[in-house]
Ligand binder design. Structure first.
Ligand SMILES: Nc1nc2c(ncn2[C@@H]2O[C@H](COP(=O)(O)OP(=O)(O)O)[C@@H](O)[C@H]2O)c(=O)[nH]1
Ligand SMILES: [Mg+2]
Length: 320
């Protein structure tokens, strides 16, 4: 048995060290991860509920995800958390803080932080890790993402349920909601309901999303206070309601199709990117040609045609 086969077998027994090693391998080289993912049978029947938690920094996503994990684990479910953390040049990321906040996770739960660069949004490696965790058989995969830019569209394609997390006096977010750019939520969570102003925010969200129906589902608004488990129970109830709704139709299958088409797109993109790097390294005459283009002595189309011909011949160097 190869190393990979051994790790795959252990991971199916929910061995955390094995799962971590497989995730590291995916992170290191997403284009080679198919050598791992092929060992996981994917049936038509989907039982994993993927929930994306998105929202501005500091609204309490990590605390909330940790509380949801504890409550679902108490019911006997297997929960995996992927905390996607953009590496910001300003803060250097919040992984350490998240580790501290999530250290009290139950024994059966699995948690992994993944760093990304802001402009990458939800990168391919995260989507492939969702594939892995689904293949292992987790009941829930909770993805924490910061609520900015491209994260939004990608999280919608990746998660079965999007929970937009807000806190009282979230003025900018309410404006965004009104403008329709935050209508990605299936659940709106007003966290920090122990602070003043939660009722007002609730009313504003209610007003902003009134009339919105997505795939027959009217988005729900729920108040939580993530610092106390008891005050997160209403969210668990809404998650179960949502589950009843989406499991009844072919929604889950369609979601996976959407996610896989995004994976395909990103896989092609990554391959082409690698190819471009190769070409730039091996064909110094392209730079000379480009300088001629800048001077007007050469046509850009000719240059790009050469690049295209070279790209077609690239060998991704990945044998399955
Ligand atoms: N008062 C109050 N504080 C909270 C609540 N949830 C989280 N916090 C605090 O808010 C801060 C940011 O929480 P964190 O989970 O890191 O937010 P994230 O950046 O969205 O992941 C931490 O100091 C938490 O302890 C809550 O429901 N009420
Ligand atoms: Mg966080």
């Amino acid at each position: 048995m190869s190393d990979v086969e051994y790790l795959v077998r252990k991971s199916k027994e929910f061995d955390k060290a094995a799962i971590s090693k497989l995730i590291s391998a995916i992170e290191e080289n997403p284009l080679k991860s198919f050598q791992i993912l092929k060992y996981f049978v994917r049936d038509e029947f989907v039982k994993t509920h993927v929930i994306g938690f998105t929202g501005s920094a500091g609204v309490g996503k990590s605390t909330l995800v940790s509380a949801v994990t504890q409550l679902l684990s108490q019911e006997g479910y297997r929960v995996a958390i992927l905390a996607v953390d953009p590496k910001s040049p300003f803060t250097g990321g919040a992984i350490l803080g998240d580790r501290v906040r999530m250290k009290s996770l139950p024994q059966t739960a699995f948690m992994r932080s993944m760093t990304t660069y802001e402009e990458e949004a939800l990168p391919l490696k995260v989507l492939l890790c969702v594939e892995l965790l689904e293949g292992i058989g987790f009941d829930y995969i909770l993805i924490e993402t910061p609520g900015v830019g491209q994260f939004n569209t990608r999280v919608v394609k990746t998660a079965d349920t999007v929970a937009v997390v807000l806190m009282p006096e979230a003025g900018d977010e309410i404006q965004a909601l009104k403008a329709g750019i935050m209508e990605i939520g299936d659940i709106y969570v007003i966290n920090k309901a122990d602070l003043p102003g939660a009722n007002i925010t609730f009313g504003q969200v209610e007003f902003a999303i009134s009339g919105v129906v997505k795939n027959g589902w009217t988005p729900k608004i729920v108040m939580t206070s993530a610092i106390s488990l008891h005050n997160v129970k209403p969210l668990i109830q809404v998650i179960k309601e949502r589950e009843n709704h989406i499991m009844k139709t072919d929604f889950m299958q369609n979601k996976r199709k959407a996610r896989r088409s995004l994976e395909l797109e990103l896989t092609i993109l990554e391959t082409v990117k690698e190819g471009i790097k190769e070409i730039l390294k091996n064909r110094p005459e392209l730079l000379t040609a480009f300088e001629k283009v800048l001077k007007g002595n050469e046509n850009l189309t000719n240059l790009l045609t050469t690049v295209k011909e070279n790209l077609i011949n690239i060998d991704p160097g990945i044998n399955q």
